[in-house]
Design a protein around this ligand. Structure first.
Ligand code: SAM
Length: 277
């Protein structure tokens, strides 16, 4: 099977090692993953059997946030960093159905995301594009000509960082990078983040699960930090947090169509949205 899969993989894509976007695709029930990704996913599932529900709760959170920003907060341009493989309910589909003409730039440093993203978006170059760039170089993202083609940084931007900042190490200074990105946005811009969370002594059992998951992620993918509430709140320094603040994903303005139910709390995955004053 592995040989056959290598034949089917897009050129230049290494399928022998697990990879963040493809493991996540597997958790969401997608088909753009390979044997090494599935093996890693199964290790993670042993200690966190609810990981597929958590991934789905993250997509539902993303959907509610993008709909709110486009339909209610008047955001007409989105920069989605660490956008991942196309799936159901992509940002441009949600934003453009709420507000036609909304511009969306997807950014990811994984070449496989570019291959699949370009195929999906080939028809829509006027309002949606996908760019290969690395969040660890925030100024290069903002100054990228393809980003500039669609995003006007003198006007409010919806900066989306869903499930990406926890893939930066502490040494890479994720809070400093988020601050640098936000610094270059116009007032009225919004920052939305979802992030792996370690609740510590508040939920010792969940905290142990978070440490165990962190170990597996780092051994196999080389990244993954379940940060504390204070560490995650630091991404929003200087911004106005919108209600209900930083909460488990299903608790952020739940919608009637969601499968993840508030009350079954997901304390290892939290999110928030904030506005730049
Ligand atoms: C778990 S997926 C999240 C996808 C989507 N944002 C979501 O929440 O459904 C994380 C994505 O971030 C990308 N990524 C990780 N580190 C990155 C970096 N330093 N720069 C750009 N993208 C990165 C990965 O390639 C992957 O596609």
């Amino acid at each position: 099977m592995a040989d056959g899969e290598r034949e089917q993989a897009p050129k230049g894509i290494d399928t022998t090692k697990p990879n963040v976007s493809r493991v996540y695709d597997f958790m969401l029930g997608g088909k753009d993953n390979y044997e090494a990704d599935r093996q890693m996913a199964h290790r993670a599932l042993e200690i966190a059997p609810d990981a597929p529900e958590a991934a789905r709760a993250n997509r539902e959170f993303l959907g509610r946030v993008v709909r709110f920003l486009a339909a209610e907060a008047g955001v007409r341009q989105f920069l989605d960093i660490g956008s991942g493989l196309p799936t159901q309910g992509n940002v441009h589909e949600i934003a453009q159905s709420a507000a036609p003409g909304t511009r969306v730039v997807y950014v990811d440093n994984d070449p496989i995301v570019l291959v699949h993203g370009r195929a999906l978006l080939a028809v829509d170059e006027g309002s949606t594009t996908v760019v290969e760039a690395d969040l660890r170089e925030p100024d290069r993202i903002i100054d990228h000509p393809e980003v500039r083609r669609l995003i006007d940084f003198d006007r409010p931007v919806g900066l989306l960082m869903f499930a990406i900042l926890h893939h930066l190490t502490d040494d890479e200074d994720p809070a400093g990078i988020a601050a640098r990105m936000v610094d270059r946005l116009a007032p009225g811009s919004h920052l939305a983040v979802s992030h792996f969370h370690n609740p510590g002594l508040a939920y010792p059992e969940v905290s142990r699960q978070a440490f165990a998951a962190e170990k597996i992620f780092n051994e196999t993918l080389g990244t993954g930090r379940w940060r504390t509430r204070e560490e995650i709140l630091a991404y929003f320094d200087g911004l106005d947090l919108l209600e209900p603040g930083l909460v488990p994903l299903p608790e952020w303005r739940p919608g009637s169509g969601d499968r993840a139910v508030p009350g079954i709390t997901y304390h290892t995955f939290v999110g928030a949205v904030a506005r730049k004053p």
